[in-house]
Design a protein around this ligand. Structure first.
Ligand code: SF4
Length: 411
């Protein structure tokens, strides 16, 4: 590897880290004030991303790889062994120094560290753990640390990562076993899931110990998360929602992140040539929300998919589900229990809590519900209020078209 300075390494390794969705801030237009253009600031700089701390605060993290060199050859990855990219590698000490320098200047509140695999999974994991250990023990660093762990590494090393990090993640990578076999033949779903199971047990033990003894050491208090690549293989949305739900249930994950596959330079011929629509990723996050906060089971979300198992792109999955299950509506907002209100398209958790609090004092009208929700157009066919009942609206064959038109009209 050619000798390059830390700034050049940062450029390469922050750019390489942007493919990890686990703490991504996306959707920003490209703007730059460098050179001849006017103004100040740039949205193109790499290296700082935003994530949410366990208490809900938005925090900025230095997001980098330890190295983008890798001995594995996962087809979908720009850093794979056979990829023709410029390589760089930080030492553990360099990452520690950079983190502290950025932290002292108030640029960041923490570190997100991942890595390609150098020499072996254990060696790489040792380096990652050494960064977190040194920050915590040598420098008393109290900021947020999110470490990507390598499932093939010695469980003792993964455990050590959990002792120093706030959050750890182990990527499942692809939604199906067959997809992983085809696109990342050196990885194994069984080994990934074993590592997740080990992490879950350690997080639970750590939580128990903290409840009993105030001085017990913290163990990954922000839990574990994972990431799935969407659109690199033939897995349908139904498969993806099913896999995510199983992972939440079995391993107590805090989050599953969905990352729309993006074609990479010098791509392997087994990959699709085009990325899936970004809206697909968005719909999957909405479906994920349905299972985590609205009480839907994965099998119910699957009712919103078409014959190919895909969620519609033009309407959100909760509305698609309601259109399929019209017999469950309308729901009387003045009487229905919380779990039924959460199933109404257009009513989020905050709106439902607002309805439940307000109806203690009076019967709610359509206008009252309109003030608590964002989209009365979406709601009207599905609710009953003191002054509104959708006569046969829910039975209309053209309800989907009507709603789509109205939602477009009201933006
Ligand atoms: S192991 Fe990770 S870094 Fe290496 S090729 Fe696979 S996905 Fe990329």
């Amino acid at each position: 590897m050619a000798q390059i300075d830390v700034r050049q390494k940062l450029e390469i390794l922050a750019d390489a880290a942007k493919y990890d969705a686990s703490c991504a801030s996306s959707g920003t237009a490209k703007r730059d004030s460098a050179g001849q253009s006017k103004g100040i600031g740039s949205t193109e700089g790499m290296g700082i991303c935003h994530a949410y701390a366990p208490d809900g605060r938005c925090i900025s993290l230095l997001k980098i790889l330890l190295t983008n060199a890798c001995v594995f050859d996962c087809h979908y990855c720009i850093n794979r062994k056979s990829s023709n990219v410029r390589r760089a590698r930080f030492t553990a000490r360099e990452v520690v120094d950079l983190t502290l320098a950025f932290y002292r200047r108030n640029y960041i509140e923490g570190l997100f560290l991942s890595s390609g695999i150098i020499r072996s999974s254990d060696y790489t994991m040792e380096q990652i753990v050494e960064v977190a250990r040194s920050l915590r023990e040598d420098h008393q660093f109290r900021g947020y640390i999110h470490l990507k762990t390598i499932p093939d590494a010695d469980p003792a090393l993964i455990e050590a990562a959990g002792r120093h990090a706030d959050r750890v993640s182990i990527n499942i990578e692809l939604p199906t076993v067959a997809g992983l076999k085809r696109l990342a033949p050196e990885k194994s779903t069984a080994r990934i899931e074993d590592a997740m199971a080990g992490m879950k047990a350690s997080i639970e033990d750590g939580g128990d110990a903290m409840r009993r003894y105030r001085s017990a050491p913290r163990f990954a208090p922000a839990g574990q998360s994972t990431q799935m690549i969407v659109g690199a293989d033939a897995a349908s949305d139904r498969d993806i929602v099913g896999t995510a739900s199983r992972l939440y249930d079995r391993f107590g994950l805090r989050r599953v992140y969905y990352s729309a596959f993006s074609p990479i330079p010098d791509a392997s011929s087994v990959l699709p040539l085009r990325r899936p629509p970004l809206m697909r990723e968005h719909r999957l996050y909405q479906a994920d929300w349905m299972t985590r906060f609205y009480g839907f089971r994965a099998a119910e979300v699957a009712q919103a998919t078409d014959e190919q198992g895909m969620l519609p792109l033009d309407i959100d999955p909760k509305l698609a589900w309601a259109l399929q299950r019209r017999e469950a509506f309308p729901v009387d907002v003045n009487r229905a229990p919380r779990e039924l209100l959460l199933r109404v398209p257009g009513l989020g958790v905050k709106a439902v809590d607002g309805i439940i609090a307000s109806r203690r004092w009076r019967r709610l009208s359509l206008a009252d519900v309109g003030r608590l929700s964002r989209s009365i157009a979406k709601l009207r066919p599905f609710i009953v209020t003191s002054d509104w009942r959708p006569t046969a609206l829910v039975d209309r064959i053209d309800l989907r078209t009507k709603l789509t038109e109205q939602l477009e009209l009201f933006g």
